[in-house]
Design a protein around this ligand. Structure first.
Ligand SMILES: [Fe+2]
Length: 233
C-alpha cells in the first residue's frame, strides 16, 4: 500500500519512521511536489516502501531532492539510493548541519529559487540565526508553505518520557508548540529575522506543512503569525 497522501493540487506528503536526534525521538515527514515541468521535487526525504516509491515515480521522474533544514541533510544519503537520478540541494551549512558521508550536492538553497522550480515556488532563507539556517518554501499552486524545524508541534511519544520532557521544556510539545525556546534565544539579529517573517507573511498561503506535528489545512497564516508573535517585540 502506498503511503503517499494528497495535500493539495500537485502536492503530497509521506510520513516516515521516527528518528532519534539530540536525545529525543522525532516523527519524520517528506513533501512531494509535481512541478510544472512534469518532474518531481522532494523535500526532507524519508525512506519509502516499494509501493510508495512506485506511486511517486508514477507521478513523474524525481529530479530534485532538497534538505531545507540543517538537521535533515543526512537523509539525502538514503534518498540518493532511492532516486539515483535526482539532484541534491541543501540549506547553507551551519554548526548544526547533520550530514552522513560525502554527498554530490548540486547547489545551496537561497532566497531565489533556481530556474528548475522557480515557476512553482517562492523560497526564503529565514535569517537572523547563525545555527538554524532553514529555507522555507511557498508552493504557489496549492497555497502551501513548507516549514521543517522552525515551528514544531510534537505530539507526546508513547514510552519515551525523556523525549516528552525535552519537548515540554523546549516549548515544542503539542498543543503548546511553536518556535522552541532555545531557538528563540539564538536569534541574534532580530531585525533580520523580522524581515524574513515579513516576507513569509506576504505569501498568499492558507495551508502549512511542518515536519514535526500536524499539518494545517486552513487559515495557516494566522497560525504562523501567532507562533512568531514573540519576534515582534
Ligand atoms: Fe526536523
Amino acid at each position: 500500500m502506498s503511503d503517499l497522501r494528497s495535500f493539495g493540487e500537485n502536492i503530497w506528503i509521506v510520513e516516515g519512521p521516527m528518528v532519534r536526534d539530540m536525545r529525543a525521538w522525532f516523527t519524520t515527514r517528506m513533501t512531494v511536489v509535481k512541478l510544472s515541468n512534469e518532474s518531481i521535487w522532494i523535500e526532507s526525504p524519508v525512506p519509502v516502501s516499494p509501493d510508495t516509491l512506485l506511486s511517486i515515480t508514477d507521478l513523474g521522474p524525481a529530479r530534485y531532492i532538497v534538505a531545507a533544514t540543517p538537521r535533515h541533510v543526512w537523509r539525502l544519503d538514503n534518498a540518493q539510493t532511492q532516486f539515483p537520478d535526482a539532484q541534491l540541494w541543501v540549506c547553507r551549512r551551519t554548526r548544526l548541519t547533520l550530514q552522513h558521508g560525502e554527498l554530490p550536492i548540486t547547489g545551496t538553497l537561497t532566497d531565489t529559487p533556481p530556474p528548475e522550480w522557480a515557476d512553482d515556488f517562492e523560497q526564503l532563507e529565514f535569517k537572523g540565526n547563525r545555527l538554524l539556517s532553514e529555507v522555507l518554501f511557498y508552493h504557489k499552486k496549492s497555497h502551501t508553505v513548507i516549514i521543517n524545524d522552525l515551528i514544531q508541534m510534537n505530539k507526546k511519544v508513547k514510552g519515551k518520557p525523556l523525549t516528552n520532557f525535552i519537548f515540554r521544556i523546549a516549548g515544542v510539545l503539542y498543543p503548546n508548540g511553536g518556535v522552541s525556546r532555545d531557538l528563540r534565544m539564538s536569534f541574534t539579529d532580530r531585525d533580520l529575522a523580522r524581515e524574513s517573517l515579513e516576507t513569509l507573511l506576504s505569501w498568499d498561503f492558507d495551508k502549512l506543512i511542518i515536519a514535526h506535528g500536524d499539518c494545517i489545512e486552513t487559515d495557516a497564516k494566522s497560525f504562523v503569525e501567532e507562533k512568531f508573535r514573540w519576534l515582534k517585540h
